[in-house]
Design a protein around this ligand. Structure first.
Ligand SMILES: Cc1cc2nc3c(=O)[nH]c(=O)nc-3n(C[C@H](O)[C@H](O)[C@H](O)COP(=O)(O)OP(=O)(O)OC[C@H]3O[C@@H](n4cnc5c(N)ncnc54)[C@H](O)[C@@H]3O)c2cc1C
Length: 529
């Protein structure tokens, strides 16, 4: 068996471990990864700023053990005893890199592995039906199987970003992407008198705020932010509603309040399977019903009205001032206030992610129904994918200090002026950071590799707003609706065929196992295509 893995972040490592779990017989694997830390990927780069924290506490990072070597779990490896801490993402990257080295050292003699530090731009089939890859002017192969685990490739800038980039160029205004943070860290040296706008109000925005404040020498003391004087004059994170995401429960005991009982889990699995057979609206409505019973049990409230609003206008339930909402969510996360309906819904939904993943991946359903469920999941991320309480407390302290103002702004109200971006008719940011995660939609991808495969009919989109269509073992679906033998894709780019892929837990275990099993089964089947 000759295999190429293109992209070796955490998912590539998860795939390698799955090969070792399920493979037998000689195998030769070429890994294509230009990043200097194979196994870590850009989001957990060991070089990332230490103020960028994981979005899950240490107690929740549980990966299956590697199959060929004894290697500690993350908790033991970092030697951190406080299981409630949210560690820097760089620590997880260093762990994954070390884990990869250990797995590699212990490979059996029948397993040949090469790391090729190249960026692949072409994949196609040769005359003999085997796959060939190109990276620049170099050609590699032949391969029986190719796995694309590319993470998030470049995207075509949306209309707003394209216009803003031209504006920034014309007036020589700093306009930076949030990642890698290096560029922001370096540029921030010159921003002490600047008003910095941050587009988006998700987890990346909280990373940016930490980098621009704690990273500039400020610190927290007794719940207050003590500035260093090297921060920007003002930071204006903005979004359509100016609401910050709700922090996760602070301790394991507080998180346990949202645990589901066996019958609630069973009901969820059953209703999810039923929902996938319905049309989009009915499916989400059906699924949302599963929330009523556990919300009533946990916080003693009827969630019907909240859910009805979420189905029609996601995120408009609160009508609360963003700072008051942030204060309340911190109090809930710390156990100082009883959980609200929205907070409870989000935590329950988070508990369902493994089931969502498994059932959606393995159950046939219409593309529009899948996308409706993905849309509902995305809407709830403001609660289910929240930041550590410490990031939320920093944000609140900075607001109280007057250094940060949560801002409601959107086009067409954002005015482009020579000095920058006038956000809400009053405040003008002279520097702009884009902290909105690009879409995984096929139509917005700017990848020569994927475009080429699509041009030759080897892959297709699941739907307009979705990623690449794949089947349950990760094989891609061709333009004619039949799987393309030997070409698989896992991860974010397959959103719609999969859900909840943006997590370290999706990179290891079930998903990678299904791919590896599928691939080894194909190896013993006659080639039909
Ligand atoms: C800012 C940010 C923070 C996040 N924080 C968390 C978190 O705290 N917890 C969590 O569970 N998840 C988090 N995630 C989700 C995270 O992305 C996934 O958990 C995980 O990194 C996905 O791994 P991956 O291998 O699929 O993709 P990536 O980690 O992106 O790795 C893909 C790799 O493919 C390589 N590659 C791409 N194209 C090519 C090509 N053509 N040729 C060769 N190589 C190629 C890239 O160099 C890269 O190393 C975060 C995501 C982002 C964007």
């Amino acid at each position: 068996m000759r295999l190429a893995i293109v992209g070796f972040g955490p998912r590539g490592l998860g795939a390698l471990e799955a090969l070792l779990r399920h493979g037998h017989g000689p195998i030769s694997v070429d890994v294509f990864e230009p990043d200097p830390h194979p196994g870590a990927g850009p989001n957990f780069s060991p070089e990332e700023d230490p103020r960028c924290l994981l979005n899950l506490p240490l107690r929740d990072v549980k990966l299956p053990d590697p199959p060929n070597v004894s290697f500690p779990q993350f908790q033991e490896w970092v030697q951190e005893h406080d299981q409630n801490r949210f560690l820097p993402r760089a620590h997880l990257g260093a762990y994954l890199s070390a884990r990869f080295s250990a797995v590699r050292e212990a490979l059996p003699d029948t397993f040949r592995l090469r790391i090729l530090p190249h960026f692949v731009t072409y994949a196609g089939k040769g005359d003999d039906g085997a796959w060939v890859l190109n990276a620049g002017d170099k050609s590699f192969g032949p391969y029986d199987e190719v796995l694309l685990s590319l993470g998030q490739p470049d995207t075509i800038p949306d209309e707003q970003i394209a216009r803003w980039r031209a504006h920034a160029d014309r007036h020589r205004l700093p306009f930076l992407a949030a990642y890698p943070t290096e560029a922001v860290v370096a540029a921030a040296e010159n921003w002490t008198d600047s008003v910095v706008g941050i587009r988006g109000l998700g987890l990346s925005t909280l990373d940016m705020i930490s980098v621009l404040t704690l990273g500039r020498g400020g610190h927290m003391h007794a719940g207050r932010y003590i500035p260093s004087g090297r921060e920007p004059a003002t930071i204006l994170p903005f979004s359509l509603d100016g609401m910050a995401p709700a922090p996760k429960p602070e301790t394991a005991e507080l998180a346990a309040r949202f645990a589901l009982d066996a019958s609630e889990k069973e009901t969820f699995r059953r209703l999810l399977a039923e929902a996938l057979a319905l049309d989009p609206d009915a499916s989400v409505r059906h699924l949302a019903q599963t929330l009523l019973q556990p919300v009533a049990r946990i916080c003693g409230s009827d969630a019907s009205e909240w859910i009805d609003t979420e189905l029609i206008n996601p995120g408009t339930q609160r009508g609360e001032d963003p700072v008051a909402a942030l204060r309340r969510d911190i109090a809930i996360a710390a156990g100082d206030e009883p959980p609200s309906v929205g907070y409870t819904v989000g935590q329950i939904w988070r508990g369902w992610q493994p089931d969502l993943r498994r059932v959606l991946r393995n159950t046939p359903a219409r593309a529009d129904t899948r996308m409706a469920i993905v849309g509902f999941d995305t809407g709830l991320k403001r609660y289910s994918y929240g930041p550590p309480v410490e990031d939320a407390r920093l944000l609140l302290a900075l607001i109280e200090q007057g250094l940060v103002r949560l801002t409601v702004a959107n086009d067409p109200d954002i005015e482009l002026v020579p000095e920058g971006w006038r956000l809400d008719g009053r405040r003008t940011a002279g520097v702009m950071i884009d902290a909105v995660l690009p879409s995984a939609a096929f139509s917005s991808l700017d990848s020569k590799l994927i475009r080429g495969l699509a041009g030759r009919g080897a892959v297709r989109a699941l739907a307009d707003t979705a990623g690449v269509e794949t089947v349950s073992d990760g094989q891609v679906v061709a333009a004619d609706g039949i799987t393309t033998r030997g070409m698989s894709m896992l991860g974010r780019l397959t959103e719609g065929s999969v859900i909840a892929a943006d997590s370290i837990h999706d990179c290891f275990g079930m998903v990678a196992d299904q791919w590896a099993k599928g691939m080894f089964e194909r190896a013993v089947k006659p080639v039909s295509r």
